[in-house]
Design a protein around this ligand. Structure first.
Ligand code: CA
Length: 226
């Protein structure tokens, strides 16, 4: 899941970015409306976190622009004002949720996870394929009833494969959604993570669920192997 956070307070931006990354999210930060607009034009984000007061314009105007382009992306607004007029205005501009500053990063993470679960593509909280199960509320993974411990990044990768079950995902698609702009270097990072995931998910099981599509990428699939 790749998120954009638009916030001009560098310290707050940094804390929120770190909090979300530690949960396995890919996070891009923008400090101005202009920078946010540039990010939104080149990446299809799964969720946007938006501060309302930005140095070069209003977050509410940016929110209206986001809604004109994309009706479905969840937007969580950060606001310093908790009065009902400002909340009404925020929702009317197209926000899905809001947090009043100061807020706890733990609460922000919970709200982000809840918004992403009720996103447009998938309604179910528990995703299943064959005997593999991923619970998006408890963030637990089980195969044949047995709990599998995954790092937040490995969980994010598996969740991404799950949300596109049966579809082959290229390495660059996976990088775009599971990693972020802070990611540099290792071009084989996807292969390394998929390799680790495969050891945890498929090793010791007759049916292999993580498939390599040579020259293309990977997919999660329970059908006959080709
Ligand atoms: Ca601000």
């Amino acid at each position: 899941m790749r998120l954009l956070i638009v916030e001009d307070e560098a310290k707050l931006l940094n804390i929120v970015e770190r909090g979300l990354r530690s949960e396995g999210f890919a996070v891009d930060g923008a400090a101005t409306v202009k920078a946010a607009d540039a990010c939104l034009r080149c990446v299809h984000y799964d969720l946007v976190i938006l501060d309302l007061l930005l140095p070069d314009g209003s977050g509410a105007t940016l929110l209206r622009q986001i809604r004109e382009r994309d009706r479905s992306v969840p937007v969580l607004v950060l606001t310093a004002r908790g009065d009902i007029e400002s909340k009404t205005e925020t929702f009317q501009a197209g926000a899905d949720d809001y947090l009043t500053k100061p807020f706890s990063v733990a609460e922000l993470v919970l709200r982000v996870q809840a918004l992403l679960r009720r996103g447009p593509a998938v309604q179910e909280s528990v995703l299943r394929i064959a005997d593999l199960e991923l619970n998006r509320i408890t963030r637990q993974v089980r195969r044949a009833g047995k709990r599998i411990e995954l790092s937040p990044k490995a969980y994010a990768l598996l969740e991404y494969l799950f949300l596109h079950v049966g579809r082959t995902l290229s390495r660059s698609m996976i990088i775009e959604k599971v990693w972020d702009q802070s990611f540099e270097g290792l071009t084989n990072i996807v292969d390394v993570y998929v390799g680790n995931l495969r050891r945890k998910i498929d090793e010791g099981h007759e049916s292999k669920l993580i498939r390599t599509v040579r020259g293309v990428g990977y997919r999660l699939d329970a059908g006959d192997e080709q």
